[in-house]
Design a protein around this ligand. Structure first.
Ligand code: FAD
Length: 440
């Protein structure tokens, strides 16, 4: 286990959270994680493994011992009869996707980037969009974790099933995850159809699109009537038969428009907020319709080089579009100047106790500002509407909720707290953010 010594600084991707842990360790084995947890427990301090810091909140902020994920990587087992793959918890999604591609396998669904570690992504309930297992945690079949008392627990449907049930979204509060087992399927090809639409058409056809496309991702440009809708359909094409966008087209849409020009547009909007509505109108029109086919993981994921701040709420699917309309009404009536699109995704109900889609079909509404912009009025102005609609905030994104008012949002919140008392009775795995959202 390497240790760069004391004084290293931890900071998240959005630079909204940072901490200075007392020591930094990079465990390469489960045994080294056990040692670190036991030592922390004996000395009455805390220990926290981080992912890549892509959570916007300080949920991953280490206070005493920081366990870096970098040496706990790689695939450990492929079970083709069970169609599962087990990987070490610090593996990045990007690396898992490439390894699965070489094996002719794929996750069912994922979010829109793949920079995160597997453990970091599942711990906060990272999700994509679509009718098939939108949340990564719902695709888990097993895990190994080191509890706050330093015990190694293997959990699956047949062994410690109660631990697996709850720890699929564990917020880092139930144990240090060391391996994760995902259900997989044969590598598949998606057809992507990106289409600019008016707000009215996008909302009027949303239900129909969700019923026909497997994955629908909608972006509405505030201060305009424009939206961009991406629909992904599963195809019968064999891997190798896909026709991805040419390199120039991919560079134009994904790199130039979505990152470089967008970055410049955001910077301009920061300097001249009064110009944001006009900028949004131009930006919304710059994106054009396109269709292409590609391996699923390449269609799901896009490069995101413009740093932003985000709040995302999961609201019940039935009420979701009305909640979106109300959010638009508030934005239109405000003097905010919002340079980032509002993203709308959907997910089927799942059975993961702390999943934001637990027990109900869900619409996700995500609000962003530039890294340098003050997000507080915008997010605080919309949060009451989202909360009133029974919304649940994404565990890795900005929100103002606390344990007391999150508890009624989750039917099994009490089971999670009981599991925390069992697996981490001395709160060796806690930090300030967990005290806020789960209690002491
Ligand atoms: C550009 C960008 C795009 C995003 N896109 C999406 C998206 O499409 N969908 C979505 O739902 N979310 C999205 N997110 C949010 C992101 O997926 C989550 O915040 C995720 O938790 C980040 O993973 P990470 O590896 O960076 O983990 P971190 O943020 O570093 O940590 C998250 C939590 O996991 C815990 N953790 C990490 N490793 C372990 C371990 N081994 N054992 C136990 N606990 C551990 C940490 O302690 C912490 O509590 C996005 C974020 C960004 C910045």
């Amino acid at each position: 286990m390497t240790s760069p010594g004391p004084g290293a600084r931890w900071r998240n991707w959005s630079a909204l959270a940072e901490s200075t842990p007392r020591q930094v360790l990079t465990p390469a084995t489960t045994g080294e994680v056990v040692d670190a947890v036991r030592r922390a427990r004996e000395s009455g301090t805390t220990v926290k493994m981080t992912g890549t810091g892509h959570s916007f909140t300080p949920i991953g902020a280490p206070e005493h011992t920081w366990l870096r994920p970098d040496a706990l990587t790689g695939i450990v087992e492929v079970d083709r009869s069970a169609m599962t793959v087990t990987a070490r918890a610090g593996t990045r999604l990007h690396d898992l996707n490439l390894a699965l591609e070489r094996l002719g396998l794929s996750l069912h669904n994922m979010g829109d980037i793949a920079e995160q570690t597997l453990a970091g992504a599942v711990s906060t309930g990272t999700h994509g969009t679509g009718g098939v297992a939108a949340g990564l945690s719902a695709q888990l079949a097993g895990m190994e974790l080191v509890t706050g008392t330093g015990e190694v627990v293997r959990a699956s449907a047949t062994e410690n099933a109660d631990v697996l049930d709850v720890a699929r979204v564990g917020l880092g509060a139930l144990g240090v995850l060391t391996t994760l087992t995902f259900r997989v399927e044969p590598l598949f090809v998606l057809e992507a159809h990106e289409e600019p639409m008016t707000w009215d058409r996008a909302l009027a056809t949303y239900d129909e699109m969700v019923a026909t496309a497997h994955h629908v991702d909608m972006y509405w440009f505030p201060h305009t009537d424009r939206a961009l809708v991406k629909q992904n359909l599963r195809t019968d094409l064999d891997p190798g038969e896909q026709q991805p966008p040419g390199r120039l087209a991919a560079w134009w849409e994904d790199e130039l428009l979505s990152n470089r020009v967008f970055g410049a547009v955001v910077a301009l909007g920061n300097r001249r907020p009064e110009a944001v509505p006009a900028i949004n109108r131009v930006a919304a029109r710059a994106l054009s319709e396109r269709r292409y086919t590609d391996l699923a993981h390449r269609v799901f994921v896009s490069p995101r080089r413009v740093v932003f701040r985000e709040m995302e709420y999961a609201v019940p699917r039935d009420a979701g579009l009305d909640v979106l309309r109300e959010c638009r009404r508030i934005i239109d009536a405000s003097d905010w100047r919002i340079g980032f699109p509002v993203e709308v995704r959907h997910a089927p109900a799942d059975d993961v106790p702390l999943s934001t889609a637990h027990g109900r079909d869900t619409l996700y509404l995500a609000f962003h500002t530039a890294r340098d912009a003050d997000h507080t009025a915008y997010f605080a102005g919309l949060e009451p509407v989202l909360r009133e609609a029974g919304g649940r905030p994404h565990w890795g994104k900005l929100h103002s909720r606390t344990a007391a008012d999150l508890a009624p949002s989750y039917a099994r919140f009490g089971d999670v707290l009981a599991m925390r008392d069992r697996l981490d009775p001395d709160r060796v795995l806690t930090n300030g953010h967990l005290r806020r959202v789960l209690g002491d």
